[in-house]
Design a protein around this ligand. Structure first.
Ligand code: NAP
Length: 230
């Protein structure tokens, strides 16, 4: 079945690769980006590869843009089968939990976690029974693995993403909408850096699988197509 799928923060990195792989599979994909020029450039890159995707400008920190995007998707496609919350930031100043820089904390939590609540609130009404929400998290969110010390606010923002995932899964279960978190692994992107062992294709794989697999278990945390511990 061809699905309508929207990906946030998809002008580069893992998000762009998720869009690419889903378009190759024949799905109707909406690439969203906060910056119109960068978003259209990404759309054109895919067009040169023979892939046709839609573009909507959407800054995940702009509630009005999120609501407008949901309305546009509703008008154009009637429904959205899969929402992939991929957009995130990792700020260089996020170096130590002891610095407690409230501006860095606020920006990180807003973009990586709070915005996801607004996005799900805006799109959940156009997700049909059988719909899915995939939240990009990280192994750094873990409450069981040891602490790496790397980007503590970013890590905590992803722990919050995981907590939101479980509550969203509970709230949307009566509508038969699955909500999951996933870790792409450490991936070579602007965020992951050049030392990361995975390429974007490997990083996008589990999100694409979660979007398209026949059945997935809601309210779970995934990596490499398998459920992992929170
Ligand atoms: P990336 O290359 O830095 O790309 C991040 C994307 O998010 C960019 O398109 C960026 O747009 C967008 N974005 C940032 N703020 C936004 C906003 N307010 N509104 C809309 N879009 C916004 O990062 P990535 O490595 O592909 O990461 C993708 C996801 O995987 C993130 O959720 C990240 O936390 C997660 N992840 C990555 C790794 C890794 O090793 N790379 C590991 C674990 C988890 P601009 O170009 O406009 O900045």
């Amino acid at each position: 079945m061809q699905k309508n799928i929207l990906v946030t923060g998809a002008n580069k990195g893992i998000g762009l690769e998720i869009v690419r792989q889903l378009a190759i599979l024949g799905h109707q994909v909406v690439l969203t980006a906060r910056n119109k020029v960068r978003g259209v450039a990404a759309q054109e890159t895919l067009a040169k590869e023979g892939l046709s995707v839609h573009f909507i400008q959407m800054d995940v920190n702009d509630e009005a843009q999120i609501r407008a995007a949901a309305e546009q998707v509703n008008k154009q496609f009637g429904q959205l089968h899969v929402l992939i919350n991929n957009a995130a930031i990792s700020l260089a100043a996020d170096a130590s939990i002891l610095l407690a820089d409230s501006k860095v904390l606020q920006q990180t939590m807003q973009t990586n976690a709070f915005s996801m609540l607004t996005t799900v609130a805006a799109f959940s009404s156009i997700l049909p029974s059988g719909g899915r929400i995939i939240n990009l998290s990280s192994g750094l969110a873990s409450m069981t693995d040891s602490i790496s010390g790397w980007s503590p606010f970013y890590s905590c923002s992803k722990t919050l993403v995981n907590a939101f995932t479980r509550h969203q899964a509970f709230a949307l279960a009566p509508k038969d909408i699955a909500v999951v978190s996933m870790c792409p692994g450490w991936v070579r992107t602007d965020m992951g850096g050049s030392a990361a062992p995975r390429n974007v294709s490997e990083g996008a794989d589990t999100a694409v699988w979660l979007a398209t697999a026949e059945q997935i278990e809601t309210g779970k945390f995934y990596r490499d197509r398998k459920v992992i511990a929170w």
